[in-house]
Design a protein around this ligand. Structure first.
Ligand code: HEM
Length: 461
């Protein structure tokens, strides 16, 4: 069966569907098309084959079949390579560099490694709480700004033992700005035809300058650790510099570690930032849920200092996090490539090499899985649900398979710590009670103009 496609633009038909995409938020267009053509459609976006989009749990489940679909590094990754090199994100699954880093870092991101990072994560959430406390209830807090500081600092400290000290400056750390600019420009280059890219030489020069500055800092961080070893440090840098891969009997090498620094920051900081903002947005919109979350924190943490053991008991907070990730994913698309000619849903023909993207907004809200209230934020469903018996791939914000998110546990721990510490101390509300979530973003999505006010809770002085 032919996969449905929206009609081509009347005047710009030659450019395929490119002119139909919303320039500030392309995913908004993908969502709108899915509303019309669910559960599948295709767009002509100037690639060899049309790009296919799917929006049901059943079709995304088929994409998880490793025999038929794979995660390839594609044009985007290739243009990101000057920034991320052969770090985990842009290296091919078959490359030696990916295998070594994956085998060394998976255990380091496991429960024992994460428990060692608890104190540093708590330290940084403590800085956010202190700042909010000093602000008091009259100051409007731009949620994304402080959450960016938190997540950037947390990866810096827990992964490389480096303090970016974002909370001590009004401006983001230069590395933060350089990384953002380099990622945005690389994304733009991936979206432009190569010939046109040659005209953007000033932008390219600026990107290269940013990359050179970032590399200089990464090299310094690494050299410092080599010159002044810290055998007891609980961060990932020791693992990356000294760990020996059991399969190849080799270390990662300094050059590769340099690339893992922007890779872990790039993979982890905007995703976690947006997720934290979405959680607080949903909580502010649902006062009863917010109250219930606070009651759980009161019961488990009370007025004590949060401990690692308490985290596991915060079941309702965990449900709020899971439900927020279901409702509003910070990335938007989960992309795979067909490894052979195949058929989706028993009737849609897909060619070998064709790109297929699952739209999180839609397959995470599949009414066949979540029922008629799938569009509602209701954390209780995450308490009731048994993930073992749920149809496979109903909820997968961290991807799946070999290339699933390596930082999942890291993000979950950081988020829970922050929620517990914020809810323990503050009542929070939206500055504008009528505010509805607005988004922007090319690859990931982040909230725009989401402002909150916080007030210290009585008795939490
Ligand atoms: C990959 C989501 C936090 C590092 C991914 C993927 C997703 C994802 C969907 C791709 C999986 C696939 O295509 O199947 C998220 C979300 C996060 C988060 C929703 C927060 C809520 C983090 C953090 C780090 C991190 C905190 C690091 C500290 C990475 C890396 C990859 C990755 C390095 C590439 C892994 C590989 O290809 O081997 N993430 N992530 N992520 N993530 Fe995360």
């Amino acid at each position: 069966l032919k996969i449905p496609a929206p009609p081509h633009h009347r005047y710009f038909g030659l450019m395929g569907h490119l002119p139909d995409l919303d320039p500030t938020l392309p995913v908004r267009s993908y969502w709108q098309f899915m509303d019309t053509y669910a559960p599948i459609y295709q767009l002509d976006l100037g690639m060899t084959y049309p790009r296919v989009f799917v929006g049901s749990r059943e079709l995304v489940n088929e994409m998880a079949d490793d025999d038929r679909f794979t995660k390839l590094t594609h044009r985007l990754h290739q243009h990101m390579r000057p920034v991320f090199g052969d770090g985990l994100f842009s290296a091919e699954s078959t490359s030696k560099a990916w295998g070594k880093a994956h085998r060394l870092l998976v255990p380091a991101f496991g429960p024992i490694g994460l428990s060692k990072m608890f104190d540093d994560m708590q330290d940084l959430s403590g800085q956010l709480v202190l700042k909010w406390d000093r602000f008091g209830p009259d100051v409007e807090i731009e949620c994304i700004k402080d959450m960016s500081s938190l997540t950037f600092d947390t990866i810096g400290l827990c992964a490389f033992g480096y303090r970016f000290n974002e909370f001590y400056s009004d401006e983001p750390h230069p590395f933060n700005k350089q990384l953002n600019e380099a990622i945005v420009e690389s994304g733009r280059r991936a979206n432009r035809p190569d010939l046109l890219n040659q005209l953007y030489y000033r932008e390219e020069q600026h990107r290269q300058e940013n990359i050179a500055k970032m590399r200089a800092l990464c090299r310094k961080i690494i050299q410092d650790r080599i010159d002044h070893p810290k055998p007891d440090a609980k961060d990932l840098l020791n693992v990356m510099l000294n760990g020996v891969d059991r399969e190849t009997d080799e270390k990662l090498g300094v050059e590769n570690v340099i690339y893992q620094i922007p890779t872990l920051l790039g993979g982890g900081y905007e995703t976690t930032t947006s997720t934290l903002c979405f959680i607080y947005y949903f909580l502010c919109n649902n006062p009863k849920t917010l109250l219930k979350a606070q009651q759980e924190v009161d019961q488990i943490v009370g007025d004590k200092v949060l401990t690692y053991d308490m985290l596991r008991k915060l079941k309702y907070l965990d449900a709020c996090m899971k439900e927020a990730l279901r409702m509003q994913h910070p990335v938007s698309l989960l992309t795979r490539f067909a490894t052979k000619d195949t058929v989706l849903g028993g009737k849609y023909f897909i060619r070998k090499g064709q790109m297929v993207s699952g739209i999180w907004r839609h397959f995470h809200r599949d009414p066949k899985v979540w029922g008629e209230d799938a569009d509602e934020f209701r954390p209780e469903r995450m308490l009731d649900v048994n993930f073992q018996t749920l149809p496979p791939n109903s909820w997968k914000p961290f991807g799946d398979g070999l290339r699933a998110c390596i930082g999942r546990g890291f993000a979950e721990q950081e988020i829970l710590i922050n929620m517990a510490m914020v809810l323990q101390r503050f009542d929070i509300e939206k500055v504008d009670p009528d505010y509805q979530l607005q988004l922007k973003g090319q690859m990931g999505v982040k909230p725009v103009d989401f402002k909150i006010r916080v007030r210290r809770r009585p008795g939490r002085g």
